[in-house]
Design a protein around this ligand. Structure first.
Ligand SMILES: [Mn+2]
Length: 320
């Protein structure tokens, strides 16, 4: 049964010894949602296996007590947060449980005692509403945690809805924290040094093609190809294709700026078509896609084909 915030609060008061459980490789949205609810209702914060890089930093910095891979049968009730499928919980067996989630399709709802499920850019935004209707005080640590959940799940507000900004404003007012504190917290996340080196080296190997006013680039790297492709579009390319050779298999990551997608680029299709040409496979979204092909000769010809295909689409289009 889908219920509203106030009913969720009422129903949850019936339970003691509650586990608030986030998905595997937990992100700040999952950890902060579980943490805020556990503090407000009393209970334990758990994640299905471990925390991801940013969430780990959050847990250390805010000194959040987390149970890793807890056994739900040790608790009277579990509230699963920010999780839409059983596979995201690995093989944890849920007893009686509720769900708080924002994913559009959620397979866990049918087995839940009750759930609070609605479309939002982050689960943290739903949690902010629960705290508001409880009239619970929002401690500084909780406000900071939830803000990082919202910031990261919205891609630093690129995919934010009006509710994301309202929730942030609410946390600033009620938590007595500033937005810049949340940004500082996120900036403190150590970046993987090998990733940074891979990205920097991929920049060094860039080959540039221009058509009309579009800039297309290709590059190669040994690892972190997707991160390198994203970085290249962030520093000026409209389209980027980064190849990674591994044992005769070439993996290509492609990224396109919003403008290029608006003008007809669909990298999912480009990757699929070029992938088929080389007897491999490819696909994905219009702005982010990948391909895997077997090429004995190296990456360059395949990357050039990706550029050629994209140029064919962009040939008659200028961005204005
Ligand atoms: Mn989320």
């Amino acid at each position: 049964m889908n219920i509203d915030e106030i009913t969720f609060y009422d129903r949850l008061l019936d339970y003691h010894n509650v586990l608030f459980l986030g998905h595997r490789n937990a992100d700040p949205d999952a950890v902060s949602s579980a943490f805020a609810l556990a503090e407000a209702f009393g209970g334990t914060v758990g994640v299905a296996d471990h925390c991801g890089r940013v969430a780990s930093m959050l847990v250390d910095h805010l000194k959040i007590d987390v149970e890793y891979a807890p056994d739900p049968s040790d608790y009277d009730f579990t509230v699963v947060v920010d999780t839409s499928t059983q596979s995201q919980l690995n093989d944890l067996v849920l007893g009686d449980y509720a769900v708080v989630d924002h994913h559009s399709v959620s397979q866990l709802l049918s087995g839940a005692q009750f759930y609070l499920h609605r479309y939002a850019s982050s689960t943290a935004e739903i949690v902010v509403d629960i705290l508001a209707c409880m009239d619970a005080p929002v401690m500084e640590r909780i406000a900071l945690a939830l803000m990082t959940g919202i910031i990261t799940d919205t891609g630093h507000f690129k995919h934010a809805e009006s509710g994301s900004f309202r929730a942030i404003a609410d946390l600033i007012d009620r938590g007595g924290v500033s937005y810049s504190e949340a940004l500082d917290l996120l900036a403190a996340t150590p970046q993987d040094i090998s990733m940074r080196i891979s990205i920097l080296e991929s920049v060094n190997r860039v080959r540039t093609t221009m058509i009309n006013d579009w800039i297309l680039v290709t590059s190669e790297t040994d690892s972190f190809g997707a991160a390198a492709a994203t970085a290249l579009t962030n520093i000026g390319a409209d389209l980027s294709f980064v190849g990674m050779m591994d044992d005769g298999i070439l993996k290509v990551s492609g990224r396109a700026k919003h403008d290029a997608v608006r003008c007809g680029i669909n990298l999912g299709r480009v990757m699929r078509d070029v992938g088929v040409e080389y007897h491999g496979s490819g696909g994905g979204h219009a702005g982010a896609a990948g391909m895997e092909v077997e090429v004995p000769g190296g990456a360059e010809t395949v990357l050039s084909r990706c550029v050629e295909e994209s140029c064919r689409i962009l040939a008659g289009v200028s961005r204005n």
